[in-house]
Design a protein around this ligand. Structure first.
Ligand SMILES: NC(=O)c1ccc[n+]([C@@H]2O[C@H](COP(=O)([O-])OP(=O)(O)OC[C@H]3O[C@@H](n4cnc5c(N)ncnc54)[C@H](O)[C@@H]3O)[C@@H](O)[C@H]2O)c1
Length: 249
């Protein structure tokens, strides 16, 4: 029960990896804010979090709106009184070659992935700096470390989050706040389903030395480790969780 009494915000937690992260914290008796644009789904996850042994509330928040993000943080503080952990997980990505993407699609990706991370981070930092404690974990992607065709704008936005995280870790370490990234490769989630179907799962799996694609629990396990006191001396780092698909120095 590493997170008993801890308060955790997970964005994009109504589905896929975010949902599993939220439920994994709840299983360790954390109070979890399930923040998402899909409120009905988020409410179901909040119920699952309660059933798993934690506390859960659903909050409708579009992370690409600074105002909605402020509201999310306000609701968290009203419900639970503090914030220990923020997981910036919400994202959206069209799988298309760069020349097929519209400017609206660029905007949407960059606003959710990069601005969303900036808005959420700023909103919780005001509170974390005052308390001189906190953990921020940003879910990036191996695409943001090596670049993936058909995910060029997404790769760039994730790379921006990666470098922002490293710089921020150096700024806020003196307040006892840690900032790290987790980088999945392909994970079986609703968001990745059309891509997996398009390329074919058997073909994709061949690129994974451990012989399977990622599962949401693989990512959640890494996030909980980085959020825990076991990782108290780890900040400014990026952990790829990918079955050996990508190995970087
Ligand atoms: N699935 C993969 O293969 C994979 C690989 C690498 C990285 N990732 C990263 O993992 C994270 C989760 O991906 P997933 O596969 O679980 O995605 P998903 O599509 O299954 O879930 C994403 C969630 O984010 C929510 N969301 C979308 N826009 C939002 C917004 N503006 N504000 C708030 N919530 C919003 C959606 O409603 C959804 O519930 C993302 O950051 C993604 O980039 C996923």
């Amino acid at each position: 029960m590493r997170f008993k009494g801890k308060v955790v915000i997970v964005t994009g937690a109504a589905s896929g990896i975010g949902r599993e992260i939220a439920l994994s914290f709840a299983r360790e008796q954390a109070s979890v804010v399930i923040a998402d644009i899909a409120l009905d789904q988020a409410e179901k996850v909040a119920q699952e979090a309660e059933a798993a042994g934690g506390k859960g509330i659903a909050v409708k928040a579009n992370v690409s709106s600074g105002e909605e993000v402020k509201g999310m943080v306000q609701k968290t503080l009203e419900a639970f009184g503090k914030i220990d952990v923020l997981v910036n997980n919400a994202a959206w990505w069209p799988v298309k070659y760069f020349m097929q993407q519209s400017e609206e699609e660029w905007d949407r990706q960059i606003k959710i992935i990069y601005y969303g991370t900036l808005y959420c981070t700023r909103a919780v930092l005001e509170h974390m700096i005052e308390r001189k404690s906190g953990v921020i974990i940003n879910i990036i992607s191996d695409a943001g470390r090596i670049g993936e065709p058909t995910l060029s704008v997404y790769s760039g936005a994730k790379a921006a989050v990666n470098m922002f995280s490293k710089a921020l870790a150096k700024e806020v370490g003196r307040y006892g706040i840690r900032v790290n990234c987790v980088a999945p490769s392909l994970v079986e989630t609703p968001g990745a389903q059309s891509f997996i179907e398009k390329i074919g799962k058997d073909r994709l799996v061949r690129a994974y030395p451990l012989g399977r694609l990622g599962l949401p629990k693989d990512i959640a396990n890494a996030v909980l480790f980085l959020a825990s006191d076991e990782a108290e001396f780890i900040t400014g780092q990026t952990l790829s969780v990918n079955g050996g698909y990508l190995t970087v120095c």
